[in-house]
Design a protein around this ligand. Structure first.
Ligand code: URA
Length: 233
């Protein structure tokens, strides 16, 4: 039987509308026809609206990524790990030495502290999702450069859109600034919720910063209590 679906004007407008939203979500603006942007736009062809994208699809698209200079020194891409249906995503800055060696996020000293934070909010690593702004280790653990964060951005957005968390916890200023598109500091951004798509986003200090400034742990605990309360209600 040949069933033809009539395409209405409404379908075309809705398709165009979601295409424009997709373009804006992945960080494209204007008419940039560079390879980087064309590469990002391919995501639309592979995953048009209605196609249920999975984290595996996104990892496949990332491939043996060479989109920025961080690929030169990396040992492993650190894509992210945890529950694909997590209610809460932790977003860090970028892999460190241990993470690069093993291809897993937050498994070094900062990761041990993050594990304690996760336990303190009555959750487990397996029940949350953990990833970073950039998926390859910046040399000497420097902050990722804007072009490096930009090259990874569409993949992070696709991860978040696929998981559809209720809550996102940005760990440190690099994560907060990239996700919220701001230059504000953690102390200005913490202690309240920000809107991020349909999720509520909280900013707190990065565990590596806490290792150097343990007096800030009480602030993180305040942030976590606020998060727990909101997750329970
Ligand atoms: N610091 C981060 O921001 N992310 C990691 O995965 C490890 C350390």
């Amino acid at each position: 039987m040949n069933i033809e679906k009539k395409i209405t004007e409404k379908d075309i407008i809705e398709g165009f509308d979601s295409y424009l939203k997709y373009i804006s979500d992945i960080g494209c603006s204007g008419f940039d026809c560079s390879d980087e942007y064309l590469d990002r736009l391919k995501g639309w062809e592979r995953n048009p609206p209605g196609h249920h994208e999975t984290l595996e699809n996104i990892r496949e698209d990332l491939g043996d990524c060479r989109r920025c200079g961080l690929c030169k020194n990396r040992e492993h891409i650190v894509f992210g790990e945890g529950d694909p249906g997590a209610r809460l995503i932790f977003v860090g800055e970028g892999p460190g030495f241990e993470e690069d060696k093993q291809g897993r996020p937050f498994i070094g000293p900062a990761g041990q502290l993050l594990n304690k934070i996760i336990t303190a909010i009555n959750m487990t690593r397996e029940s949350v999702y953990i990833c970073n702004i950039v998926k390859c280790r910046p040399p000497d653990n420097r902050n990722p450069a804007p072009d490096e964060a930009a090259a990874c951005k569409s993949f992070l957005i696709r991860q978040i859109n696929t998981i559809k968390p209720d809550f996102i916890c940005a760990l440190g200023s690099v994560a907060a600034r990239n996700l919220l598109d701001t230059t504000k500091t953690v102390s200005m951004l913490r202690n309240r919720f920000h809107a991020y798509e349909s999720a509520r986003l909280i900013v707190t200090y990065h565990p590596a910063y806490l290792l150097r400034n343990p007096e800030k742990k009480k602030d993180v605990w305040e942030d976590m209590k606020m998060l727990m309360k909101a997750m329970e209600s």
